[in-house]
Design a protein. Structure first.
Length: 256
């Protein structure tokens, strides 16, 4: 059985490259395999725990999936991000006997309240908690067309982590945030957003982020998109929620 979250050590898991078989001890921000990068091979690192991960039923919400995530330290989060429920009318209409839906976002009837109303909250939760748990303080640099920017801005402000986000100017309307006491002051302090003027698009923001990253070098950290294991592991919580609810693995799993 794994230790309690407050007793975790950073060497309890490895980052494994399935392309070449090399493994790394996590430093909180590694997003690539050095060997494959030198050979210009794109590979996504895998989270490989050195223990048998289990859902920790002593905890609620996302903290109960702590053993499946590349973090050290505690997770304190009272927000309900996700729920899995058995389908009734849809399953009956289309001939399914055992169909479940896993919901994320915001829906009062389902009891879920992701603060920025999209699955990008999982990604922000995963990426920023990973950095914070390793006591990293260098600003995180990323580009986004809207939802990711909103989620990262919210969570960075909540945990006091500095971020720089490049966004197309025509996505400005998507950068709303919930009204919470003290949130605006924290956004002002920790979140810097730059807009690419029209006809700017996501590709333009990605190019600008790359140029800034090259210019600032070691002063910032590139978020890395889906090469960031904090993102991929956090998105895997959707599958964990199904197992948490049913106690079985699905015969077929579709994640949109």
């Amino acid at each position: 059985m794994r230790q309690s979250p407050s007793m975790l050590k950073e060497n309890e898991y490895d980052l494994y490259c399935s392309s070449c078989g090399n493994s790394y001890i996590d430093d909180g921000y590694r997003i690539t395999c050095t060997i494959c990068q030198n050979k210009e091979i794109k590979s996504i690192l895998e989270f490989r725990p050195r223990y048998q991960p289990e859902i920790d039923y002593k905890y609620s919400n996302l903290a109960r999936y702590r053993n499946f995530l590349p973090f050290t330290g505690e997770i304190n989060d009272e927000i309900v991000y996700i729920t899995t429920q058995k389908s009734k009318s849809f399953a009956s209409k289309y001939g399914f006997n055992n169909l479940y839906f896993t919901y994320t976002g915001y829906n009062e009837d389902l009891g879920i309240a992701s603060p920025t109303c999209s699955f990008k909250d999982f990604e922000a939760f995963g990426v920023l908690n990973r950095l914070k748990s390793y006591d990293i303080s260098r600003p995180l640099l990323l580009s986004s067309a809207g939802n990711t920017a909103r989620a990262i801005a919210y969570y960075a402000a909540k945990i006091h982590y500095p971020v720089i986000i490049i966004v197309p100017n025509n996505s400005r309307q998507y950068l709303w945030l919930p009204h919470e006491n003290g949130l605006f002051d924290n956004v002002t302090k920790y979140v810097k957003i730059f807009f690419v003027n029209q006809p700017g698009n996501f590709n333009d923001t990605a190019k600008l982020a790359n140029l800034l990253g090259a210019h600032l070098d070691d002063e910032v950290l590139s978020e890395g998109g889906y090469f960031n294991i904090g993102r991929t592991c956090a998105l895997g919580i959707c599958a964990l929620s199904f197992f948490d609810q049913t106690g079985i693995f699905p015969n077929h799993f579709v994640q949109a």
